[in-house]
Design a protein around this ligand. Structure first.
Ligand SMILES: [Zn+2]
Length: 398
């Protein structure tokens, strides 16, 4: 089941597994009261901030050996793999995640630089067409800086980019789940695989789910000539060596009415382990108005209404484990939100989730002590943590 492609229902895409709560469950959550007043958290966490992009790291020896990644805010990442292949995922530098410059979810944190200050990239990968992941102005600006960068999108998104950015047809590749495409960049083979996500799509009322949503795997391998000794040493065999393997989850839920979404363990089995995974930990821009009004959703309402579309921090920790991530950075939080309370809420929940996970594995009680340092925890093998917007990190490929 988890290997199946999305199905089309008329002009719409649907997840191939059961992914929605029943009307009765939703009604029950509404009747119980889905909102609660924001009150101080039991633990204090330092919210993320925007720092100046330190892009010199990309030229360092450290960066040449492994994965180099900069959080551009929300789900946007600049990543360099195998020392020279550069990819941007889901960038948004605009003030609002909206079709309008006047209304719609507004930035809480500034972008870390201007799009023209980013280094030139080879690829721009987009997970789906929601405004907070596909921002036309940002893509125009990045395209101006990297005019030959190739765009990778899920089915149904290509026409929008070709039209808005005036791109030649062969500069955009659109893929169905589990389909892949390879490129050769200076003797490095770069392979992209369009992998599943549990989400939806749409930029207006009339195009809901008309385009596909996805996550992306990007892996690099280099070939080194090797003498074939068995055949008298005359022929040369080319040995492929994987040099980097990363996963960007896009925007996704993890929960289904019958348990975890099966797609993530399938991705992990087929393509893991990953040197780096970028995983959403919040509902992003969609409900920032609640934070502005001083409210939070109750845990039950979040579970019923949102967990099939968006991963909570707890879901994200399970998702990272399913895909077999060696290092995971949380994203899709803190950038478009309505209040400082909302910028802290996912971090408080992430701390809880990591402590609970630690207790489950070691059998020890955390006693409510929140000893995990979220800014360091991603460095551990199997670790999950966060960085600031604009911060650049390096990870050695295993
Ligand atoms: Zn979305």
């Amino acid at each position: 089941m988890s290997d199946s492609k999305t199905q089309r229902n008329g002009s719409s895409f649907v997840n191939p597994w059961s992914s929605g709560f029943s009307l009765r469950q939703s009604a029950e959550a509404i009747l119980k009261g889905p909102l609660t007043r924001s009150t101080p958290f039991k633990v204090d966490v330092e919210p993320v901030k925007t720092v100046e992009c330190d892009l010199e790291v990309y030229e360092s020896e450290e960066a040449k050996e492994g994965v180099c990644a900069t959080w551009l805010g929300h789900a946007g990442f600049l990543v360099q793999i195998s020392g020279h292949v550069r990819i941007i995922f889901d960038p948004i530098f605009s003030e609002r995640a909206s079709p309008s410059t006047w209304i719609g979810p507004r930035r809480w944190l500034a972008p870390p630089c201007e799009p023209y200050e980013l280094p030139e990239v080879h690829f721009i990968a987009i997970s789906h067409n929601h405004y907070d992941h596909l921002d036309i102005q940002t893509l125009k600006d990045i395209h101006k800086r990297s005019p030959s960068a190739h765009f990778l999108v899920p089915l149904g998104v290509k026409a929008l980019l070709v039209d808005e950015l005036r791109l030649p047809d062969d500069q955009v590749t659109e893929k169905q789940w589990w389909e892949s495409i390879s490129f050769d960049i200076d003797n490095t083979q770069v392979n992209f695989i369009c992998t599943p996500a549990q989400h939806n799509s749409g930029r207006g009322l009339l195009d809901q789910n008309h385009a596909l949503w996805c996550s992306w795997v990007a892996r690099c391998s280099t070939s080194t000539p090797n003498v074939d000794k068995e055949h008298s040493g005359l022929s040369l065999l080319s040995l492929r060596r994987m040099t980097a393997n990363i996963y960007h989850a896009g925007d996704t839920g993890y929960t289904t009415p019958s348990g975890p979404c099966p797609a993530f363990s399938a991705i992990g089995k087929r393509y893991g382990p990953f040197d780096l995974a970028m995983v959403p930990i919040w509902r992003g821009a969609s409900l920032s108005i609640l934070g502005q009004m001083g409210y939070r959703l109750t845990a039950e309402a979040t579970h019923t209404f949102l967990s099939t579309l968006h991963a909570s921090p707890r879901d994200a920790v399970s998702l990272a484990r399913d895909v077999r991530a060696q290092h995971t950075l949380g994203m899709h939080f803190g950038t478009f939100c309505g209040s400082e309370d909302e910028s802290k809420e996912p971090l408080v929940e992430l701390l809880d989730a990591l402590e609970a996970d630690h207790s489950r594995i070691t059998g020890s009680e955390s006693n409510g002590r929140k000893s995990t340092n979220l800014r360091e925890s991603w460095k551990e093998m199997g670790g999950f943590g966060i960085i600031d917007v604009g911060q650049t990190i390096t990870i050695k490929s295993k």
